[in-house]
Design a protein around this ligand. Sequence first.
Ligand code: SF4
Ligand code: SF4
Length: 130
Amino acid sequence: MELLFAGKPLPGRPDRVRVADYQRLKSDYFVEKPQAKRTIVHPDVVVNDWKETLEALAQGDVTTEADRCMSCGLCFECNQCMLFCPQDAITKFRGNPEGQVMYTYYEQCVGCHICSEICPTGYIDMAMDH
Ligand code: SF4
Ligand code: SF4
């Protein structure tokens, strides 16, 4: 916001951000929960005041909504790839300045695609020849 108000150029979107489509998600990992809906207040009620026409969610509903997030295309550190890799080629890299991340030792990887198949969020994207 500070950059925006100062009229300065905004940083570009990182190349790594790629939203996975539903076909790439492993929906079995996620519990289906109903969406918390915001109540729409009729315009006749809010006209001439500054109230929102959409009421805010209650705090508990916000938390429930956050729990429904499937992290499409992002790693949420479920460790499934690490646990299922038959080569012990995946580990948690704790020395990363941005926080710990999953790390692959490519010299141990045999390209079996198990990690890609098991990843609930579609984060691991392997080409057929990798
Ligand atoms: S493709 Fe490589 S990293 Fe993934 S599960 Fe197989 S051996 Fe492990
Ligand atoms: S890459 Fe996928 S399977 Fe591995 S920890 Fe992240 S979300 Fe889980």
